[in-house]
Each structure stands twice: as structure tokens, then as C-alpha cells.
Design a protein around this ligand. Sequence first.
Ligand SMILES: NC(=O)c1ccc[n+]([C@@H]2O[C@H](COP(=O)([O-])OP(=O)(O)OC[C@H]3O[C@@H](n4cnc5c(N)ncnc54)[C@H](O)[C@@H]3O)[C@@H](O)[C@H]2O)c1
Length: 262
Amino acid sequence: MLEFVLMRSIIITGAGSGIGRATALACAKRGDQVVALDINGATAETTAHTCRSLGANALGITCDVRDEVQVRDAFAQSAEKFGPVWGVFANAGIDDGGAIHELPLERWNNTLSINLTGIFLCCKYGLQQMIEAGIRGSVVCSASPCGLVALPVGGMGAYSATKGGISALVRCMAVDYASRGIRVNAIVPGATETGMLWNNVTPPEIERMRAQLNREIPLGRIGQPDDVAKAVIWLLSDESAYVTGSQLVCDGGVLAKASISI
Ligand SMILES: NC(=O)c1ccc[n+]([C@@H]2O[C@H](COP(=O)([O-])OP(=O)(O)OC[C@H]3O[C@@H](n4cnc5c(N)ncnc54)[C@H](O)[C@@H]3O)[C@@H](O)[C@H]2O)c1
């Protein structure tokens, strides 16, 4: 039990790749116990294996965040192994959609169920453990600039609606759980070099788009998963003890820039 108190356990969804994986490794390096959840169980286990090779206690669990039973069971498995959770990074998401006038309801529902309901479910079971154990923990949710402004690429309605929903949910949870000392914040990554960034781009277009992004981002480069992980780690630490309800933008300056050049 003493070990549970001394070592913080952090549950990360979408931990099999990209930002989730980078955050899991950063948590492992600072001595946390890491529970890596992903719908792709093999990648979750690979992340957990790498965390263990860095000296951390870690567990990889197959979990589809759309499914309440799977989320409930994964959080229970985590508590059984490492004690009640101290930090949750609700991060799993997909970038799917299309023009609203031709978007099938099924695809709209699927995007909402992963990106928004999945975040709700992970927050629900994480908050339950923190409240029950009296833990003054930290919850971080992956939002997006798309939840705050419309990106000109088009077809982003479903994705953007989920991300705007996450930003609103974070503000409400921050206020609702502040009296218990539980902090809730959103991370707002800009264009970050992960599989998701290029999912909807044809291979010949990738280099052209990469060069254009590097030109247009004020800091002159696309973000790396580690850039975002460092910001998440800060939100998951006591260094941000007075920060709750924030939308921490980690985008190289894009949101700060006016879109019209004169
Ligand atoms: N990469 C970017 O440019 C960018 C920008 C803004 C926001 N984000 C957000 O960051 C988060 C992480 O994205 P990423 O860029 O690391 O993408 P990624 O595709 O590398 O990682 C997403 C992970 O989520 C997992 N996942 C998908 N559906 C799932 C489900 N139903 N249950 C459990 N896991 C599931 C995938 O298997 C994958 O490992 C997402 O919420 C995304 O919207 C990314």
C-alpha cells in the first residue's frame, strides 16, 4: 500500500502511438507507474514494455474507449495492480468525418463515440477512483485547435464538434471537482507529427503539406509528440498545482496568428 502512495499511477488512453505513447514514456522516465490503454492491444503492450525497459512499473491493456464495460474493467485492472489512479490522460481519438451534407450518421456517431464519449467514460472511472481514495489527482484531455476555431481544410465538422465538446466538458469538470482538489485541463496540440496528421492525406501530398506547415507555423516546424508530452507531463504534475480548467495550447503559435496576411 505504501508503494501505491509513493508512486503515482497514470492511465493513458491511445497510448499505443503518437502523443499517448510519448506521454507514457515521459511518465515512465519520471518514475510513474504507467497503464497504457489502446484499442490496439499489441501497441499498448509495446508501449508498456518500453516503459518497463525504462525502469517503470507498467501495464498494457486492450481497451476500446467506446465500450463502458471495457473502460470500467481496464480502470479496475489498473487499480488492482497499481492502486487508485493519480492521473488520467484521456487522449484516444480519431480524425474522421467529411462534408456534413453527405456525412453518414454512422460515421458521425462513431467519431462522437470515440472522441467524446470515450473521454467521458475515462474521466468517469478515473474520477470515481480519485474520489473514493481521496486523491487530489489530475485529469488531462486531448482537445484540438479545431474545437476553438474552424480549420480551412474542410470536412472537419464531426471532429471539430467532438473537440469543442471536450473543451466544454473540461471546463465543467474543472469547476465540479475543484473542491475535492482534483484538477482537469485540456491539452490543445497543434499539427503534431503522428500517424493521425497524415491519415487523410495521399502519400504524394505529404511532403508538400509538411513543407507548407513548416512555413506557416510561427515557430517554423510541425510539433513532435514529445513537445506535447512535455506539456501534458506538466499538467499531470504538482508543478501545475494552481492550474485547472485551462486549455493549454501547444501549437507553435498557430492559434495566436491572424489568418490573413497583409
Ligand atoms: N496529431 C495531431 O496533429 C493532433 C492535433 C490535435 C489534437 N490531436 C489529438 O491528440 C490525440 C492523440 O492523437 P495522435 O496524434 O497521437 O494520433 P495517433 O493516431 O497516433 O494515436 C491515437 C491512438 O488512439 C487509439 N485509438 C483509436 N480509437 C480508439 C478506441 N476506440 N479506443 C482506444 N484507443 C483508440 C489508436 O489506436 C492510436 O494508438 C487525439 O485525441 C487527437 O485528436 C492530435
